[in-house]
Ligand binder design. Sequence first.
Ligand SMILES: C[S@@+](CC[C@H](N)C(=O)[O-])C[C@H]1O[C@@H](n2cnc3c(N)ncnc32)[C@H](O)[C@@H]1O
Length: 214
Amino acid sequence: MEERTHKNYFDIAYKTGTDVWSLRDISERGRELLAGIAPGALVLELGSGRGRFAFMLAENKYRVIGIDFIEHIVDKNNREIETRGLTGKIRFITADVLDIPLTDESFNAVADIGTLEHLPRTDWPRYVSEAFRVLKTGGYYYLITLSRETPQFQKWNPKTSETGDYVVDGLHYHFFTLDEIRQTFGASFNLVSTRVEHHAPSGLYFLIVLLQKL
Ligand SMILES: C[S@@+](CC[C@H](N)C(=O)[O-])C[C@H]1O[C@@H](n2cnc3c(N)ncnc32)[C@H](O)[C@@H]1O
């Protein structure tokens, strides 16, 4: 398999329809977040992909911005806004989550479903500082990410792994422990809730955390 960069991987996946994560059931996603913020709140999704979570939020009366660094998927999402009857409630922007082109302290919540786990550890401090910067004080950060509780991922066993790091087809995967989340976000955020969810079709376990900006 040819070596592909992180960004090329996602570009090709969306162009070829091999973005398997877009097939996962999202009906239960966001439960903890939606309990914490009222309709009308402004929510940012980091790495919005095909926009499924972002559109679901907008359909539930939240105001939403989704950012993703794959321009053609951002454009496709923006073209769907009118046909979904969501004009003025949501928009998508092409941007890097490490350099968010949005104002400080402007969001009630920031959500990430499956993006942080693909960033190298060296990018985590920058990622946290950007998520922190755009959130209002008291705002929520909501993460659904790969859990180290996963017994099997391809030929590996994240549950017994020291690092939880893997590279497949040029894409980095990190399986998080709750301690890593505490260490990564701890100084800037308070842990509100956490749970681990088993996704039977893939055998993956997901760590779902809700944090609040101090
Ligand atoms: C596994 S997908 C998840 C997409 C979506 N949240 C979902 O649940 O269907 C990760 C997404 O993050 C985007 N992404 C990864 N790194 C990024 C970065 N540094 N800046 C912006 N987007 C990024 C990818 O293009 C991809 O759409």
